[in-house]
Design a protein around this ligand. Structure first.
Ligand SMILES: [Zn+2]
Length: 409
C-alpha cells in the first residue's frame, strides 16, 4: 500500500475506528488495525469523508466585485453589471480569477466541481478559454467538468447557439440553460435538449429563479426528460419558486422530479441574497427546501454558485459553510436532517453529477477529506475545518489545527 490513514471515523458507523488502506489512487482496504506496511497518517479519531462535490460554481465571473455595482442587489442588476464587466474579460483575466477561486475550493476539501460558464456573443469563448487550461493544471487535486450555458438567452440572442456548439466541440462537458432570460423559455429548453442529444451530453439548467409560484418551467423540463428518456442526466439549479409552494404542492413537485429523474441543486447563498427583495414576496427568503424533496427520493445537492460578484458578494468556496447556511435557513435541528445536509455536499452531489467510483469503499477513488470533528452533524453544526485532503490517494491539503496560547505557558 502507498498510504494508510489510521484511526478514522467513517459515517454512518462513527463509533468504530477504521484504518483506510490506499494504493494506486484507490481505496484497497478498510479494517481496524490494518497490518500492512506503508506511509501512515494518524487522523486521531476524526471524521474522514469522501471529498466534497461542488455541483454548481461560476468560475468565470468570480471575484469581480471591484468592477461592478451591487446597489439594488437584485437579479436584473446582477445580470446587467456582469454583462458589462464580461465584455472586457480576457482569457488571461478569467484564468487568474478562476485559479484563485479554484485554490480556495481545494483548500476547503472539494475534489469534484461542475463549473457553469457563460457563452454568448458578448463574451464569446473567452471564459471557456480561460478555464480550460485549469482542468489539466489542477487535475492533481480536483476533477472539473465544464457546463456552458446562455446566461442572456438563446433564441433572443443570435449567434449564441453557434458559440455553444463551438464550446462543446472545444471541450465543454455538458450544456446548461437559462430559460428565464429568454423571450421563449420553452423554446430554449427544447433547443438545449436537442443540442444535448446531438452531442450526447448531460444537462444542467438554471431554472424558475423567482418567487412567483404561478408558471413553472420545471414541468416542461420534466416532460422533456420523460419523452426523451433523459432521466438521471438532467439537473436544475435554484428553482426558488418551489420555496413558495404549500406543502401538498411541494410534495407533488417532488414526485414529479423523482419520477422524471431530474435532480436539483440549491444555491443558498445566492438565493438568500437575491430573492424576496421587493414585490408581494418581499421578506420571503427564497431558498428551496431540498430536505423535503429528499424525503420523496429526489437527488438534491447544495452548491456555491457565485463568489464575490453582483449575484453574491460573499464567498469562501466552503461547501461545509453552504450546508451550515442551508441548515440555518431551513431551521433544521434534528440530527438526521443535519446529517442529510452533509450528504447534499458529498454522496447526493456525486449522484447528481454521476461521479464514478465515489465514496469510502474498497475499489473507489481515494478522494478523501479529514475534518476536525467526529460526525457529519458536527461538521455542519461547527463548520469543522478540513485538516487534510487527498486526491486519488495523494495528499493535496494540510491545515494545522489552531493552537490556544494560554497565559503562563
Ligand atoms: Zn448559477
Amino acid at each position: 500500500m502507498d498510504l494508510i490513514l489510521r484511526h478514522a471515523r467513517i459515517a454512518p458507523d462513527i463509533d468504530r475506528l477504521i484504518d483506510i488502506g490506499i494504493a494506486g489512487g484507490k481505496i484497497v482496504a478498510l479494517a481496524p488495525q490494518l497490518g500492512a506496511q506503508a506511509e501512515e497518517l494518524d487522523v486521531g479519531g476524526r471524521l474522514v469523508s469522501p471529498g466534497f462535490v461542488e455541483t454548481h460554481l461560476h468560475l468565470d465571473k468570480s471575484c469581480i466585485l471591484d468592477r461592478c455595482r451591487a446597489e439594488e442587489g437584485d437579479l436584473a442588476e446582477a445580470i446587467r453589471e456582469v454583462k458589462q464587466a464580461k465584455a472586457a474579460f480576457t482569457p488571461e483575466d478569467v484564468y487568474a480569477r478562476a485559479k484563485r477561486t479554484l485554490e480556495r475550493c481545494i483548500l476547503n476539501g472539494t475534489t469534484h466541481i461542475r463549473t457553469h460558464l457563460e457563452v454568448d456573443p458578448g463574451i464569446g469563448l473567452r471564459g471557456l478559454e480561460g478555464v480550460l487550461p485549469l482542468v489539466k493544471e489542477y487535475a492533481w487535486a480536483v476533477d472539473i467538468e465544464i457546463c456552458v450555458f446562455p446566461q442572456e438567452g438563446l433564441l433572443n440572442n443570435p449567434g449564441t447557439e453557434a458559440l455553444l456548439v463551438a464550446a462543446l466541440k472545444q471541450g465543454a462537458h455538458l450544456i446548461g440553460a437559462c430559460p428565464y432570460t429568454d423571450t421563449d423559455p420553452h423554446g430554449q429548453i427544447d433547443r438545449i435538449f436537442g443540442l444535448a442529444r446531438e452531442f450526447g451530453v448531460d444537462i444542467d439548467m438554471h431554472l424558475d429563479f423567482d418567487l412567483d409560484p404561478g408558471e413553472m418551467d420545471l414541468s416542461h423540463v420534466c416532460r422533456r426528460a420523460d419523452e426523451l428518456d433523459y432521466g438521471g442526466r438532467v439537473a436544475v439549479g435554484h428553482v426558488t419558486k418551489l420555496a413558495m409552494l404549500a406543502p401538498d404542492a411541494l410534495s407533488g413537485a417532488a414526485e414529479r422530479l423523482r419520477s422524471a429523474g431530474v435532480a436539483l441543486t440549491v444555491l443558498p447563498s445566492t438565493d438568500l441574497f437575491l430573492m424576496g427583495r421587493s414585490g408581494p414576496q418581499r421578506g420571503a427568503r427564497g431558498v428551496t427546501p431540498a430536505h423535503r424533496l429528499l424525503h420523496h427520493g429526489v437527488t438534491c445537492s447544495l452548491a456555491t454558485n457565485n463568489v464575490l460578484n453582483p449575484f453574491t458578494p460573499f464567498g469562501d468556496c466552503s461547501l461545509i459553510r453552504m450546508a451550515n447556511l442551508y441548515a440555518n435557513i431551513c431551521q433544521l435541528g434534528a440530527t438526521a436532517e443535519i446529517a442529510r445536509c452533509f450528504d447534499m455536499i458529498t454522496t447526493r452531489a456525486a449522484t447528481l453529477m454521476n461521479v464514478p467510483r465515489y465514496g469510502i469503499a474498497v475499489g473507489n477513488d481515494a478522494d478523501l477529506v479529514v475534518l476536525d470533528c467526529t460526525t457529519p452533524q458536527a461538521a455542519v453544526c461547527e463548520l469543522a475545518p478540513v485538516l487534510y485532503a487527498f486526491k486519488r490517494g495523494r495528499r493535496t491539503v494540510t491545515r494545522s489545527p489552531p493552537v490556544l496560547h494560554r497565559p503562563g505557558l
